[in-house]
Write a protein that binds this ligand. Structure first.
Ligand SMILES: Nc1ncnc2c1ncn2[C@@H]1O[C@H](COP(=O)(O)OP(=O)(O)OP(=O)(O)O)[C@@H](O)[C@H]1O
Ligand SMILES: [Mg+2]
Length: 288
């Protein structure tokens, strides 16, 4: 029986029959003058960011997404700037980063296996395509990296780690909070100079983020001052597709150690009295 056929009201059917169809008021929906209708309503609940949602997240049906251009193109993804706003309502206006994973000439597959050991694949066709590195395999990989980064962003946000708020995921695209200073993209820590006091404040925040991750059993896996943004005095951790579970991945400890060296050495070179090996010891202790 087709799903929407009216059912008789019989004792065998406890649900009342569908009410008589009412006349429908047709509304003509035109394309917005610029951009596309917000994709918020087209993604499933699990593809939307965790609650409680920050008040700036625009969820209205009438919202429009407008591309503002490329923020930065990387090896594995291109970050675009996107405006999601309700044209008639200046209070509902947000800037987002759309990180779109590339499906061809993606991250070096050889290197990827360091991070993906132990990761499960949806089905055996996908697993074979990944192994063969076919074009379907590359498309699967791009979606998997986006999903992996999404899952991590959600988990870390909920654990109180300083990461951009994850707004939604849709295939190979993640929309997230735009980390900005006066409307401009926040600089990477690698490009910042600070007094000793400022450096100490930044270092403490990085260690706090690493410790919170370690207490979940996680290491960033590609942490360096290039994947840390500085928004005023707040340090934000980004670029999380390769986060590894140290307790499962056989390369986990090595990756955690490398993260500690990248961070510890950078701060030590700038004159801060910190030691990468001490940091590693502290994080290993936080794992268990
Ligand atoms: N949420 C954000 N807010 C502001 N800027 C961002 C945000 N996410 C990414 N960026 C900018 O885009 C750059 C690339 O982002 P990301 O590191 O996540 O991608 P990537 O493809 O791994 O790049 P790369 O290969 O350079 O590491 C960042 O260095 C940063 O300058
Ligand atoms: Mg990066």
């Amino acid at each position: 029986m087709p799903e929407h056929t009216a059912r008789p009201d019989t004792p065998a059917n406890p649900h009342p029959a569908d009410p008589a169809p009412r006349p429908v008021d047709w509304v003509t929906v035109e394309d917005p003058p610029e951009g596309r209708w917000s994709t918020w309503t087209s993604v499933t609940r699990l593809s939307r960011g965790p609650e409680p949602r920050p008040s700036w997240v625009v969820t209205a049906d009438a919202a429009v997404d407008t591309e503002l251009g490329v923020l930065k193109s990387g090896k594995e993804a291109v970050c675009h700037l996107l405006r999601r706003a309700v044209p008639s309502d200046p209070d509902r206006d947000s800037l987002l980063v759309a990180k779109r994973y590339l499906d061809a000439s993606h991250r070096d597959f050889q290197r990827s296996t360091v991070y993906t050991e132990g990761r499960r694949t949806r089905n055996s066709r996908d697993a074979r395509a990944l192994a063969r590195r076919s074009s379907h395999g590359r498309a699967v990989a791009a979606g998997q990296w986006a999903q992996a980064e999404w899952d991590t962003l959600v988990r870390l946000w909920q654990a109180g780690v300083s990461v951009p708020y994850p707004v939604q995921v849709d295939g190979t695209e993640i929309l997230m909070e735009y980390i900005a200073v006066d409307g401009e993209a926040a600089p990477r820590l690698a490009d910042c100079r600070g007094t000793r006091e400022e450096l100490r404040g930044w270092y403490d925040q990085v260690v706090d983020a690493m410790e919170r991750m370690a207490s979940l059993g996680l290491a960033h896996g590609d942490l360096s001052p290039y994947n840390l943004l500085l928004a005023g005095s707040r340090v934000v951790v980004i670029d999380l597709p390769q986060v590894v579970d140290v307790t499962v991945n056989p390369n986990g400890m090595e990756l955690l150690h490398r993260d500690c060296r990248n961070v510890g050495d950078w701060f030590a070179r700038r004159g801060l009295d910190v030691d990468a090996e001490d940091l590693f010891g502290r994080l290993v202790a936080a794992l268990w």
